[in-house]
Design a protein around this ligand. Structure first.
Ligand code: OAD
Length: 278
């Protein structure tokens, strides 16, 4: 950890690393969307920090779908129910400056991909192209029997649960606790970590596995990536010495500062000639 440096100097170090890195990946969690009005889960104002029962409820959602898909769907479509309320917030949310800056950094070649735990689809809405939605997205429905995926407007909701062409009940394409994650998603994410020279970990408590293993994979490989956390506070990654930098603050604000400095650096090509490990 290099946080013996003053905050401004640390930020500048990180900006230089972005310029030098040939492969930068951003990992994101609920903290990236709090500035869009979506509460996180375990933060100070997190849904589960305030209401322990709703965490318990979340642990049983997949089981509920398997046992009674009709009741599951009634909960989603009822904006007064616990799950329905959350869905309504997600559906109405708009990308914030953190999402837009990440998307600009991808367009400008500073970032290769974003891997997000968020199901709100806001990275795609902000224009990011290479996005892995690790826990799925509310924008689609999936059949856990045949794997088919649908957009909401392709599905008939007259009778619940909505059905797949194969006859099985459709589920929203969101991964709940105990629900399997697509093999491709796991594999592609690990590959991104293998290639990464620089990994940002933004607005996540990194306690939910297998996603939480990603920064550790990047750190423990033969040529370790530099890991930079952006968070309001320390996390288990900071405590375990996985992160090389912790930039403390709102992710939108910290990224704006980084992006401004990135634009200011004029000797970009000169820096690029030196490797990230030099
Ligand atoms: P958490 O709620 O666990 O963590 C959010 C983190 O973001 C905390 O460490 C906060 O300090 C930080 N944070 C909040 N607002 C921030 C801001 N504006 N700027 C910087 N940091 C901020 O959310 P996740 O780590 O994303 O999974 O949770 C992981 C998974 O747990 C979720 O994807 C969800 C949940 O179970 C499923 O639903 C399967």
């Amino acid at each position: 950890m290099q946080n013996d440096l003053p905050a401004d100097a640390e930020l500048l170090e990180v900006v230089k690393l972005i310029v030098k890195s040939n492969y930068t990946v951003i990992l994101t969690g609920a903290g990236v969307s709090t500035e869009s009005g979506i509460p996180d889960f375990r933060g100070v104002n997190g849904i589960w920090t305030k209401d322990k029962e709703s965490e318990e409820y979340a642990y049983h959602l997949y089981e509920l779908f398997l046992k009674n898909p009709k009741t599951y769907w009634e909960a989603i479509l009822d904006s007064d129910s616990r799950y329905g309320k959350f869905y309504k917030i997600l559906r109405n949310a708009k990308p914030n400056k953190a999402h837009f800056i990440m998307s600009s950094m991808e367009k400008e070649g500073f970032v290769k991909s974003v891997i997000t735990q968020n199901v709100d689809g806001l990275h795609r809405k902000a224009g990011s192209k290479n996005v892995i939605e690790y826990h799925g997205s509310i924008d689609k429905l999936k059949c856990i029997n045949c794997g088919a995926k649908y957009f909401w407007n392709e599905v008939n909701f007259d009778k619940l649960p909505p059905l797949c062409r194969c006859g099985n009940a459709l589920k929203d394409d969101v991964v709940h606790f105990t629900e399997p994650i697509d093999e491709d998603i796991i594999e592609n994410s690990i590959n991104e970590m293998r290639k990464a020279e620089l990994v940002f970990v933004c607005g996540t408590s990194t306690v939910v596995y297998p996603f939480a293993a990603l920064p550790r994979i990047a750190k423990y490989k033969k040529r370790p990536a530099v890991v930079v956390e952006i968070n309001l506070s320390k996390t288990v990654l900071t405590e375990d010495g996985i992160s090389d930098f912790l930039l403390c603050g709102m992710v939108g604000t910290v990224l704006s500062d980084i992006y401004k400095q990135l634009k200011k650096i004029s000797n970009y090509h000169q820096l690029k000639d030196t490797s990230i490990n030099s």
